[in-house]
Write a protein that binds this ligand. Structure first.
Ligand SMILES: [Zn+2]
Length: 386
């Protein structure tokens, strides 16, 4: 009998504990009174249960005394009837007299069977609740993991794609250069960008540009954006107190720069680098007219494949790209292709050069449009030769 009561007490204590632990995910009992009663019962049982456990130890088997007080204390155990309604309906209202009565009744074997059944039911219930709590916890964990996965995927989809590819129209066009690659941010955010519409220049006595050019060996590439010619060393300009080495020249169609809103069919940019790495670009506008010898040499030697660097066995004289008159406009701007680096000294020759219609047509087959649109002048000073 004591064995049964002990088991029952243990299972009720377990039930009481699980009902009071929201961390297990168990929902609160719908009937608060019942829950309170169960909690009280559990607390009340905690001590006697220990006592019973002690009594159950083999050494304590000698104990035969069964005092009335103990019977009263244990009475609520058998009264835990929320599990088996056939026993008692309202455990919270159990009186001492009822407890005595029930304690007496428990002595019959029929009742012992019922108590045994109640214990089994209580154990089963506790087991079910534990499983339910475990399932709820597992489901919550899975939901959390799924949420985290979705957030990560959304972040990846929203993140800007970094690329080294740029073009003159569409998704990779000039409007987006600044967003394509963080290293090209100046293309979008710079305030001294090129090209600009050159107007309202201040007429002053500008230093003459001393072109120290000579016939030179060169290499040549169609780089996917233009045809570019890289000069062997020894060509330079002297302007102000600076000397800038001619590094390369290349072409745009139509001309990127405009003068008082007017552009030309093409332009050649001669890119120079100073001792400290600063850039100085001389722009020569190209109009239809007589053929240009240097341009013909360049066209003759365009490599068959894009991206392939050709090294022709001939020389080219960059002086042939320059007009006779050397007046120019000058302003501070930027590279006109990514990364749109600023602090570039621009010198735009006032007199255009010519290329034949056939020479123009040949380039337009390769690059019908490779000019960056005009950028905001932003009140920058433009000077021009008197
Ligand atoms: Zn250019």
């Amino acid at each position: 009998m004591r064995h049964l009561i002990a088991l029952f007490a243990t299972s009720i204590v377990m039930l009481g504990a699980s009902a009071n632990e929201p961390a297990h995910g168990t929902k609160p009992a719908p009937d608060a009174t019942k829950t309170d009663a169960a909690a009280k019962l559990a607390a009340e049982l905690a001590r006697p249960a220990k006592a019973v456990e002690k009594a159950e130890k083999p050494a304590a088997a000698k104990e035969e005394k069964k005092d009335e007080k103990s019977a009263k204390l244990h009475a609520p155990l058998v009264e835990k009837p929320t599990i088996d309604k056939s026993l008692v309906e309202k455990p919270a209202k159990v009186s001492a007299a009822t407890a005595d009565k029930v304690a007496a009744a428990v002595s019959t074997s029929e009742d012992e069977d019922q108590v045994d059944l109640s214990v089994k039911i209580a154990e089963r219930l506790a087991e079910m609740r534990a499983k339910q709590a475990a399932r709820a916890a597992a489901a919550a964990k899975a939901r959390k993991a799924l949420d985290a996965k979705r957030k990560k995927e959304a972040a990846i989809a929203a993140a800007p794609k970094i690329s080294n590819h740029w073009d003159y129209d569409g998704e990779f066009g000039p409007e987006n250069w600044g967003k394509i690659n963080p290293a090209w941010a100046q293309c979008g955010k710079g305030n001294r960008q090129s090209p600009i519409d050159i107007r309202d220049g201040m007429k002053v006595n500008l230093d003459e540009i001393d072109f120290d050019y000579r016939p030179s060996r060169f290499s040549e590439i169609d780089n996917g954006h233009t045809v570019q010619v890289n000069l062997a060393g020894g060509n330079a300009i002297n302007v102000g107190n600076e000397r800038y080495e001619l590094v390369q020249f290349h072409f745009h169609r139509p001309s990127e720069e405009k003068i008082n809103g007017k552009g030309t069919e093409m332009v050649v940019h001669l890119v120079h680098r100073g001792a400290k790495g600063q850039l100085a670009v001389v722009a020569v506008l190209l109009e239809r007219g007589k053929p240009n010898e240097a341009i013909q040499t360049v066209w003759n030697n365009i490599p068959l494949e894009k991206g392939q660097l050709g090294t022709p066995g001939v020389e080219l004289d960059p002086l042939e790209l320059l007009p006779n008159r050397r007046e120019y406009y000058t302003y501070m701007g930027s590279m006109t292709t990514p990364p749109c680096t600023e602090n570039v000294l621009w010198m735009v020759m006032k007199q255009p050069m010519t290329a034949s219609p056939a020479q123009m047509a040949l380039f337009s087959r390769l690059y019908p449009l490779n000019a960056r649109p005009l950028q905001d002048g932003g009140g920058r000073m433009v000077k021009e030769s008197n």
